[in-house]
Ligand binder design. Sequence first.
Ligand code: DAH
Length: 345
Amino acid sequence: MKQEDIDKIAAVLDDLKCRTLKEVEEARVKFLGKKGEITALFDEFRNIDRSEKATFGKVLNELKQKAIARIEELKMQAIDDGAAKDTKMDLTLPGDPFELGSRHPVSIVRQEIVDIFRKFGYDVAEGPEIEDDYHVFEALNFPPNHPARDMQDTFFVSVGHLNPLLLRTHTSSVQVRTMEKMDVPIRVICPGRVFRNEAISARAHCIFHQVEGLYIDENVTFADLKQAILLFAREMFGPDTQIRMRPSYFPFTEPSAEVDVSCNICHGKGCNICKGTGWLEILGCGMVDPNVLEASGIDSKRYSGFAFGMGLERIAMLKWRVNDLRHYFENDMRFLHEFASATEV
Ligand code: DAH
């Protein structure tokens, strides 16, 4: 064992520089680890001559203490340096913004319709998308051979039963479920997804959305229906909006009507959106057929009511003048981004 070797290690320790905690740990292993340089000197110390032990024992212990202290010092420096580096960040700068998505136009319109009818005292009701023939057709007074019951129009989930399962073709099925569950008076709107076996085009899709409305109480008349639709149309399309009702036919309402609103683009003068008529069709409606009330256990002598149903995509198309239904389903970001500002309202 030579004093010279010990001095050399002491000098290296004095000059030692570490930038990171990882380098400090490497230095610790180099000097004090199991195979470290100082550990090796202690191993050597065991075999040296007794006469030398007194001198080297003290010096070696001092070297080890020096190494431990130096490593500790370097460790603190590395931690301080790291912290200093971190604080170079300006913590007051705004963070990276999240790119917020926007609501889908169909959701925006649904929410608007729900909000309008909530103001009129309607509740929201929901029903299953996979329904049975009874709730979609039979309880709604569809005769057994009605074309809507055909495979051409309806997606069946199971066939060959008396009451096959199918994907609901309209949200009128929720009327039936609501009448079964709730006591009169009933005032609900039922937004939801519906399915029809249609070829996809600019005006038709196999999946779309409807909102159904149902109002049942004593003495409900066609005048109440008219008033409800007029108030809705004015909230939705503006206070100057006019409505017009045309006689129509639905198995579940009698009398039935289709409702047009005055074209909000040309204000009735006639343009290519309203095809020169000045009117745009928005929904079907009518007085609930007594057969429908009775099928769900409501006394049709005492109670009457009205119902209406509208397509959300159609309302959204009229509102934003979108001319192709397929835009709503293709998730083209350029299309969806156009509704970002509508979401904030
Ligand atoms: N269910 C009809 C459809 O899908 C829409 C409808 C018309 C609903 C008249 C009604 C109504 O409640 O009274 O075309």
